[in-house]
Design a binder for this molecule. Structure first.
Ligand code: ZN
Length: 308
């Protein structure tokens, strides 16, 4: 069966493209992901209290839906940590019209490319890579990454990559701010010319590098807006409004995807409120049109990840 590519639009809707979802049932996956976590948590009473108070999948899914309503977020793409697909798949089945797609983490040190087939069947629309956590001997431009990207392209899954500064990952000494210029072998690879990449958090400190690549490779690059974006404090940009304005010029509004980076909180109302406010200001000052605003808030994500 084949479908004509049709214009996908959700009109004036907000889609959260970057939203971590985990629950009590995620604990075995956490242990697999961070082998020395238990030792690190042992002497951390705050972490203990957090783990003890973790809701079940059902509780968290329900809570997330009510928090989405408060922030006028219509759809959320649930991001699972590596090895935790069942948690987000369960939530997706509970609320398929709210949690419309999944974005599972892949760690090439642990997961094989074949696992992407199962993820796709369960509702994955993108795949999250976090190269800054892979350790010094394994960068994103490593040839061992190729089979994962090839599989993504074959299954129409868009890689979402967190380059740049990193928070959290307690007890993980492998952390390093990976540079998005490590995309070079893949952007120049003849077999991957159709692949697009979402770079999380405006590159988390590497926005200039994204602009440099976009000068010649714009068609393959998008950014998400998620998180506190406090990397700005260590950058030449003055504030988030300026980051939006520069990105709109360099990448166009159609390459920007709204996200919150919710995780410890079920919905980061601060992020939603702030970014919707900035977009309102940009529309008022005629930097973008009202249509551009809704493209950033939801339609770009729908077109990129949900078109047949
Ligand atoms: Zn995140």
């Amino acid at each position: 069966m084949s479908f004509e590519t049709q214009e996908i639009s959700c009109g004036k809707c907000t889609v959260d493209v970057h939203h971590h979802f985990f629950a009590k049932e995620s604990l075995p996956a956490f242990k697999r992901m961070i082998p020395n976590a238990e030792k690190a948590v042992k002497n951390n009473p705050e972490m203990h209290a957090f783990i003890d108070a973790m809701p079940t999948i059902e509780e968290r899914a329900k809570l997330t839906v009510s928090e989405m309503n408060k922030s006028n977020v219509d759809e959320v793409l649930l991001m699972s940590f590596t090895g935790d697909i069942e948690t987000v798949y369960t939530a997706h089945k509970m609320y398929p019209t709210k949690f419309t797609g999944l974005i599972p983490f892949i760690d090439p040190r642990i997961d094989s490319p074949e696992v992407l087939e199962e993820y796709k069947e369960k509702g994955a629309v993108a795949i999250k890579f976090y190269p800054g956590s892979w350790g010094a001997a394994f960068d994103f431009n490593d040839e061992r990454v190729f089979p994962y990207l090839k599989k993504c392209l074959e299954l129409e899954l868009t890689p979402m990559i967190h380059f740049g500064v990193m928070k959290g990952g307690f007890g993980n000494l492998d952390q390093w701010p990976a540079n998005p210029l490590e995309l070079r072998p893949w952007l120049q690879h003849p077999d991957l010319q159709e692949q697009k990449y979402i770079i999380a958090h405006f590159g988390a400190g590497y926005l200039r590098e994204i602009f440099l690549m976009a000068y010649s490779h714009l068609e393959q690059l998008l950014v998400d807006t998620s998180g506190s974006n406090d990397w700005i404090n260590w950058s030449p940009f003055n504030n988030l409004t300026q980051v939006f304005e520069k990105t709109i010029i360099a990448l166009t509004p159609q390459h920007i995807l709204f996200g919150t980076d919710s995780g410890r909180l079920t919905m980061r109302h601060d992020v939603t409120l702030r970014q919707k406010g900035i977009l309102e200001d940009l529309v008022t000052r005629k930097i973008i049109t009202d249509e551009d605003r809704w493209d950033i808030l939801g339609n770009n994500t729908k077109r990129l990840l949900f078109s047949d």
